[in-house]
Structures are given as structure tokens and as C-alpha cells.
Design a protein. Structure first.
Lengths: 337, 378
């Protein structure tokens, strides 16, 4: 039995092992090195939530602090990637990504295509996302649909410590720009993780629970909420198959379609807003390619189309919970024309 | 066991399949209350975190009570049913059932941790192994190509009732170092000898499956006095025929879709290839260094599409000094069971309704063959 470590430790271990394996891997961002040598601080802070803690002293010169200018250091990371390094940039909250869009979607995402495959951009941008930490509208969004929309980017959302390590290692070894989404509420989640290095391929969804009645397609933190709902539903005699997409670009269409072929019923659970989202994308995919398999309309369980509220009571209502998933599953399971 | 319990009541207990198993769930009862049970009858389907299997009866008699219900989690060793002759009264059965129910309801004891995994260095490689049982002769279990020490999950604990039973991860497998060097049988045999040294075994009985059978034979050839008996389960190296498509398919498979049909060839009953089995193997195959190790070992097993067959010569060199049994599933689709005849001087045990993984499909019969071989060593 593999030992158990947290999601935060799993990301850290992936970075450590890849930095040991490949000296072109560097880490940069805000407060990654900060704190070292200041009163009461033996180590660097390792980023705002301590994910890169321990790397600064282990890899001298390869963990860099940057000014509070996302547009500058994301641009620097992309440039370094084109020049032969494998930078892992930490952009604290995905909400701040807006100021570096040109570097990301007009430069990094285009180089391989525009230079006829002669240029690669092996950069990883790590970023936190998601509601639940009382951090309000500008620090709580789920912006992965924006990046999934851009050809040339790979978009990764691990839900477990095992996936966090394997997907991070793949992200670093991948020659394309990868946006790596870490949910703040998952950092302390513990689970079995091998000590050895391993890479999980992109574009392979994970069937985290098997069942024959209703397919739940989900991702990120919502994998756990969906499993909670599936557990409750099993008690009522409804067996859910729960699929964790793991990456939204590339997207594993086959696993979704194969499952719906068996169940004929689909609920998509997504913490992001409901328009132009992964939930609408999966719904459209199934409507287009598996229409004949469907025995009920597709249901979506998402956050509402509003900013994330600062009010704690409203934020709790905003995030999809197990009860809403149970209701949606029961609606499709009991649907009649 | 409570001393007042009637000795004629035979408890059917939750088996321990694998050293990490703590709980099992009854997914369905095959036998019913009132059935007359014979040894080897299928009693119930049981599912663990890792695997689904069928519990076979170890004792005969009327099945009087079913205690664990379908869907219920039962700690390893907990009584799930009672076998007792007709003359045992209902009052006594009620008492035994209450005691068993209390154990099930108490759940897994807090101190029941998974078995410790030990390591030893062999030729600069870390070799992992785990032991069970504290008395008796040493038995060392050696898995096959792409397997690991958990391949013995149905056998290690049952054998541990009478022996000190170790299972190792060969180089390139499980949690052992992934560097296999030249991948030769000799390099793999070094790891086995290192484990025998580490556990202080002056003498040991070896059980080897497939590639592990060839390794066991190589260890025996090297130290014939140290090896008291040899049980070879579908061993590699006894004839030119081998399913090269399976071997290459296993080494090359990158995804669940590619791996699952390949794994099906290992078993007579392909339903044993659950999603968990496929996922666990994929997780192994994705560890750094495993792909290289598996491809190197292909060259050890294969010469083109033909099996390298050095087994018969090794057996001849031993000159009958070591008691030997060849166990083979009659439905083996990886190495044909007919090759059992080439294991000169060995007792041959063919197992019906079993494929290449006879020790997983028909563990009770394989256990009996191993114990019978050990007994012949005196």
C-alpha cells in the first residue's frame, strides 16, 4: 500500500523529483523564495499557500522570486521556455491571469503552430482556483473554460493527490504550454501516492466509480462532491458512474461516450459558471455524438451565472453541493416523456 | 475462539486476500442456509478494495447460518457463516451468531495495520519483500512477468498458517528498483538470493510463477542444497511455444483500453479482470523505468516469437535432487499446459478451469500442490 500524502505535498514532490531529474526545470513566482532569512523564517515561504516550500534551499538559483507583475513574469517564463528551460510559474490566483492573456493565448499557445512545429514552449503555469475560502469574487473563480477554448494550450485539473503528482510530472515533461489548476480546498486532502516518479497521460478521464444507471461527468473539486452524492444515491438504489475528466484539453470524449452508451443518462457537474463551460461542452458532445443513447434530457449542475459572493451564507449556496447533484440524478433517472 | 463454543460449529471466516486487506464485502451468497457443503464448493462472492473473488469452502457440513449479509463489510477473520451438523441445537448456533455479529459490528481493530514492506539491496537495486507467518519452513513466492508480490494475495496468508512465507518484487516490478540491468534470469536470481539471505533462510522452498518459475529454477541450480523443494506454476522456459502477442501487448499497452483485452488472456474467466486490476497495473506501468524494464525482459523471455527454453537443461543438471512439482492451468493461453511434460521428474498437477494465473483462479488447489511438494521434501 502506497503511503498517504496531501495534494499540496504531491505537487511539491512532483516539482522536487523533476527538478532533480532535469536541471532545466526552474520555479518562479511571487513569494516562492520570499521569507528566507527574515526573522523567524528558516525556509522560504514557498508561495502564498506553501506549495513550493523546501525547494529554495534544495535547488539554489533555480527558485526565483518575481515582482508583483503577472504580465512580466508569465512573459518571462514563456520566453525562457522558448529558449530551452522548463519553467514552472506560479500565478497565485487564476483570477489574475487576465493581465497576461497576450503572453498566454497569443504567444505561448501559437508558437508551435506559427513556426511550423520548429518551436516548442514547455512552460507550466500553476494556479489556484475555486470558491470556498471566503476570498470573494476576485480570488475564487473557476476560469478553466477560458483556457480550454484556446487551441495550443493544455488544461489540467487534478482532483486527487495521486493525479496531482502524475499530471504535474507530465505537465513539466510536455512540450506544450500547460495551465495547471489546483483547487484551494483540495490542498489538505490526503491520499495514496507512490514515492517513485510517474507521469499520467493527458486526455485520459478516470472512472472513479462504476455504475449502470446514470453517468456523472465532473472535474476538480466537484469529483468529491459527486462521489458523495453517488454514495447517497446508491442507498436509494440508483447506481452512478462518476467520471473525472482530469484534463479538459485534450478531452477524453471516448470515456464519456462509452459510459453514456451504457447508462443513457447524463448529469454534468461543474463548479464554473453555466455559459460556455465544460458543462455545456460535455452536454453538446453527448447530444451530438450519443443522441441515440440518451433516455432522458441532459442535466447540468453548476454554479449560478453570478460572481462568487463574499457573504459566507451566499458562497455556501453558490457552490454546487451533493443534494443538488442527488436531485439532478433523480430527475434524469425518473424522467418520462 | 470462545471456549464455551461448541467444537462442532465450524465458522466460515472472511479470508485475507493480500497482506493489506482489512475488510471484505460479501457481494453475493452462492450457498444458502440448509445446503450441504463439500470442500471446495463456492460459498460467496467477495470484493475487497483491490479485487473480487469467490470464497471456497475449506470444511464440509451443513450450512446452518449465514451471518454477514450481502453488501456488508466484514473485518478479515470475522465469521460470516456457520457450518454445523444437524445435532447442534439452535440455542448454540444463536450464541455463536451473536458473538460473530459483535465482531462484524466492531469493524476493523484499530491496531490492524497493513503488513510492513521490507527492503534489501541486491546489486545496487532496492528489492522489496513482505512476510507472513512466524513458524515453520521458509517459503518464498516469486511472481511472473509484470506481476508483483501481491499476485500471491490468495495464497500468502493461507500458507502462513504453517510456514514463514515471503513474497518479493523482482527487479523492475512492484516497489523494487526498476533497473533490471541486462534483464538476465541470473540478475533476477540475485534478488531472490538476497531476500533469502536477508530473512536468514538456510533452507527454503521456492514457488515460482511463469518468469518467476525460471528464476526459481536458476536459484536452485546455483544453490541446490539450499532449496528444499520447487513448485513451478506455468513456468517459463520449457518449450518453444509462448504467447508472444500477450507479452508484447502487455509491455506496449499505454491505456486502459489497450491493456484490458491483453490481461483477459491471463485468465480462464476474463471477468476477473476488474477495473481495479487494470488501474493498478496501469499505475505500475506508468512508474518511471517500468517500460524500459518490461521491454528488456521481453528479450529474456523471447527469441523472436519463440520462447527461450533452457528449463529442461537446468532440470536435468539438478539430477532429481530437489522435489519438484509443475502446476499448470489446463486453459493456459500464455504458455501451453502441454509443456508440463517437459519438466522432467516433476509431479504434474493440471488444474481445470484455470488459465495462466492458476494461483489466482484456483488458489486452494495450488495451495494443496505447494503443501504436497513441501511435504515430499520431508
Amino acid at each position: 500500500m502506497a503511503r498517504s500524502i496531501t495534494y499540496r505535498e504531491a505537487v511539491n514532490e512532483a516539482l522536487t523529483q523533476e527538478m532533480e531529474r532535469d536541471e532545466t526545470v526552474i520555479v518562479l513566482g511571487e513569494d516562492n523564495a520570499g521569507g528566507a532569512g527574515s526573522p523567524g523564517e528558516q525556509d522560504a515561504w514557498g508561495g502564498v499557500l506553501g506549495v513550493t516550500k523546501g525547494l529554495y534551499h534544495k535547488f539554489p538559483g533555480r527558485v526565483l522570486d518575481t515582482p508583483i507583475s503577472e504580465s512580466a513574469f508569465i512573459g518571462a517564463a514563456i520566453g525562457a521556455a522558448t529558449a530551452g528551460l522548463r519553467p514552472v510559474a506560479e500565478l497565485m490566483f487564476v483570477d489574475f491571469m487576465g493581465v497576461c492573456f497576450d503572453q498566454i493565448y497569443n504567444q505561448a499557445a501559437k508558437f508551435r503552430y506559427m513556426f511550423g512545429g520548429k518551436a516548442v514552449t514547455p512552460v507550466v503555469i500553476r494556479t489556484m482556483y475555486g470558491a470556498g475560502l471566503r476570498a470573494a469574487a476576485q480570488h475564487s473563480q473557476c476560469l478553466y473554460p477560458l483556457f480550454t477554448h484556446i487551441p495550443g494550450l493544455k488544461v489540467v485539473l487534478p482532483a486527487t493527490p495521486y493525479d496531482a503528482k502524475g499530471l504535474m510530472i507530465q505537465a513539466i515533461r510536455d512540450d506544450d504550454p500547460v495551465i495547471f489548476f489546483e483547487h484551494k480546498a483540495l490542498y489538505d486532502l490526503a491520499g495514496p501516492v507512490p514515492e517513485e516518479s510517474y507521469a499520467l497521460p493527458f486526455g485520459e478521464a478516470n472512472v472513479v466509480r462504476e455504475g449502470g444507471d446514470v453517468t456523472i461527468v465532473t472535474l476538480g473539486r466537484m469529483v468529491h462532491t459527486s462521489l458523495e452524492a453517488a454514495g447517497q444515491l446508491a442507498g436509494d438504489g440508483v447506481q452512478c458512474e462518476v467520471i473525472d475528466l482530469r484534463t479538459t484539453s485534450p478531452l477524453d470524449e471516448d470515456t464519456v461516450l462509452e459510459s453514456v452508451a451504457g447508462t443513457g443518462r447524463l448529469v454534468v457537474v461543474d463548479e464554473a459558471h453555466p455559459r460556455c463551460s465544460i458543462a455545456t461542452d460535455i452536454s453538446a458532445l453527448v447530444a451530438q455524438k450519443a443522441f441515440g443513447d440518451l433516455r432522458a434530457p441532459v442535466e447540468m449542475v453548476t454554479a449560478p451565472h453570478t460572481p462568487v459572493p463574499f457573504s459566507t451564507a451566499l458562497e455556501d449556496l453558490y457552490i454546487p453541493d451533493a443534494q443538488r447533484i442527488v436531485n439532478a440524478v433523480k430527475a434524469v433517472a425518473g424522467w418520462t416523456r | 475462539m470462545d471456549p464455551v463454543t461448541d467444537q462442532r460449529i465450524i465458522p466460515v471466516t472472511m479470508p485475507k486476500w493480500g497482506l493489506s486487506m482489512q475488510l471484505g464485502k460479501i457481494t453475493s451468497w452462492i450457498a444458502a442456509e440448509g445446503d450441504e457443503i463439500a470442500v471446495g464448493d463456492d460459498l460467496a462472492d467477495i470484493e475487497t478494495e483491490k479485487i473480487a473473488g469467490t470464497l471456497e469452502a475449506a470444511e464440509a457440513g451443513p450450512l446452518r447460518r449465514i451471518i454477514a449479509q450481502m453488501g456488508e463489510d466484514v473485518p478479515v477473520g470475522g465469521t460470516i457463516a456457520l457450518i454445523a451438523p444437524a445435532e447442534v441445537g439452535d440455542d448454540d448456533l444463536d450464541t455463536a451468531e451473536r458473538e460473530a455479529r459483535a465482531v462484524i459490528d466492531a469493524g476493523v481493530p484499530a491496531d490492524a495495520g497493513p503488513a510492513e514492506v521490507l527492503t534489501v539491496e541486491a546489486g545496487g537495486r532496492k528489492i522489496s519483500y513482505a512476510g507472513a507467518g512466524s513458524d515453520g519452513d521458509v517459503v518464498l513466492l516469486i511472481h511472473g512477468y509484470g506481476g508483483d508480490r501481491n499476485s500471491w494475495l490468495f495464497l500468502q496468508e493461507p500458507l502462513a498458517a504453517r510456514y514463514r512465507v515471503y513474497a518479493l518484487d523482482l527487479p523492475g516490478h512492484g516497489t523494487s528498483g526498476k533497473d533490471v540491468g541486462d534483464g538476465s534470469i541470473g540478475a533476477l536470481a540475485d534478488a531472490v538470493v538476497a531476500v533469502l539471505d536477508a530473512v536468514g533462510a538456510g533452507q527454503a522452498h521456492l514457488v515460482g510463477h511463469s518468469l518467476g518459475g525460471a528464476v526459481a529454477l536458476a536459484v536452485t541450480a546455483r544453490e541446490p542444497r539450499r532449496i528444499a523443494s520447487l513448485t513451478l506454476i506455468a513456468p517459463a522456459g520449457f518449450g518453444p511455444e509462448i504467447n508472444a502477442g500477450y507479452l508484447r501487448g502487455f509491455a506496449d499497452a499505454q491505456t486502459r483500453r489497450e491493456l484490458k483485452p491483453v490481461l483477459g488472456q491471463l485468465f480462464a474467466d476474463e471477468n476477473l479482470v476488474t477495473r481495479q486490476v487494470v488501474d493498478d497495473l496501469l499505475a505500475y506501468k506508468r512508474l518511471d523505468g517500468v517500460a524500459e524494464a518490461l521491454h528488456t525482459l521481453l528479450g529474456t523471455l523471447l527469441d523472436g516469437d519463440v520462447q527461450r527454453a533452457e528449463g529442461a537443461a537446468s532440470v536435468a543438471a539438478l539430477g532429481g535432487a530437489v522435489p519438484m512439482t509443475a502446476v499448470w492451468g489446463s486453459a493456459d493461453r500464455i504458455i501451453p499446459a502441454a509443456q508440463a511434460q517437459a519438466v522432467d521428474g516433476a509431479v504434474v498437477r493440471l488444474i481445470e478451469e484455470a488459465g495462466h494465473m492458476a494461483h489466482m483462479e484456483r488458489p486452494a488447489e495450488v495451495q494443496a500442490a505447494i503443501e504436497e511438494t513441501i511435504a515430499r521434501a520431508g
